[in-house]
Design a binder for this molecule. Structure first.
Ligand code: RUB
Length: 326
């Protein structure tokens, strides 16, 4: 039995009340801290077994954003190392909570750094298209605005969950003019756009970016119109398993998000497909803005090697993508 807070947190991620790759990662780490707080045992092995169950629950909530396993493994790696050194339950509990806080802090700092680096790429007079609701893309735009730059944003509404409305709200609140468009109007507007700026759920070893469904179409239209595509992604969005040739799982969301079940039931022979993400190949991306600096997508593997070591294997994947303290 999981504590109620943890079950609710996992459900909030699954049902997208908590969403966006960065927030999913931070919340998942917090989930382990909640689990650690509630585990009632004096036996370190039992503590680890219970924590492992919480890890599996959190891991199962959404399959695509690699920030989720990277955040969880960051915490688990530190606790497992301490367990192997013979720490008692109180120490393991404290360490789990501290590791989750460290991940959160490090993630927030990465986003802050990216916003500083990314804001330099935005000029007054720009028209910037964004898709979905990326906290990283938004923080870059907000920082540029804070620096006094005057620009306009075109935000796609992002069917079926309409995350674009959240983006429009967040930007308008800081005085950035926004035009909200339907997703299928992206190519129509592209000739008027100077830059496309999106976030990422995953960056693969070859520099492909997995982000909200529709991102690749926008990147395609951008390439056709010779508009540059910028991606904002913290290094914990880079996927170590893709170095080993693993493919990124694309989440398939329920059909009810697209069509009410009662309507669907009247349509004989009609099924609904609702993939939540797509893959934009590296050739369609100009730069990836990370907290370590700007890289061309083709250099993504270097970020992974730096973060996970030059001999990436199952062992190193269990490590971390954010710096550990002490
Ligand atoms: C959100 C989405 C966002 C990325 C990046 O999808 O695709 O663009 O997660 O977000 P969903 P951030 O709404 O299905 O979670 O920059 O906040 O990490």
């Amino acid at each position: 039995m999981f504590p109620q807070d943890l079950t609710k947190l996992a459900e909030d991620i699954r049902e997208m009340r908590i969403r966006g790759a960065a927030e999913i990662g931070r919340t998942a780490a917090e989930g382990l801290a909640i689990a650690a707080t509630h585990i009632k045992t004096e036996d370190p092995q039992e503590f680890m077994d219970e924590l492992e169950k919480a890890y599996r629950l959190l891991l199962s909530t959404r399959p695509t954003a690699v920030s989720l396993p990277n955040a969880l493994r960051y915490v688990m790696h530190r606790v497992t190392t301490a367990f192997k050194k013979g720490m008692d339950v109180d120490e393991l509990r404290t360490l789990t909570i501290r590791a989750a806080e460290d991940f959160k802090r490090s993630s927030q700092e990465a986003v802050r750094r990216i916003s500083e680096i990314g804001a330099k790429r935005i000029r007054s007079g720009d028209v910037i298209m964004t898709h979905c609701n990326s906290s990283v893309a938004i923080s870059i735009l907000k920082e540029a605005r804070r620096q006094g730059k005057e620009f306009r944003v075109i935000a796609t509404e992002t069917r079926p969950r309409f995350q674009g409305r959240l983006t429009a709200k967040a930007l308008s609140e800081v005085g950035i003019p926004v035009t909200l468009i339907i997703d299928s109007a992206a190519r129509y507007f592209m000739p008027k756009v100077d830059k496309v700026l999106v976030g990422a759920d995953v960056v693969t070893a070859n520099g492909a970016v997995v982000n909200k469904i529709g991102t690749s179409q926008i990147a395609l239209a951008a390439k056709e119109a010779r508009v540059r595509v910028f991606v904002g992604a913290e290094t914990y969005k880079f996927s170590p398993s893709t170095v080993l040739g693993e493919l990124v799982e694309i989440e398939e969301r329920p059909p009810e998000e697209v069509l009410p079940p009662e309507e669907l039931s009247h349509l004989k022979g009609v099924t609904v497909a609702n993939p939540a993400f797509d893959v934009t190949p590296p050739d369609f991306i100009d730069i990836i803005i990370t907290e370590k600096g700007i890289i061309p997508p083709q250099a993504s593997v270097l970020i992974l090697m730096e973060e996970f070591g030059w001999t990436i294997g199952e062992e190193s994947i269990g490590r971390t993508t954010v710096e550990e303290e002490g």
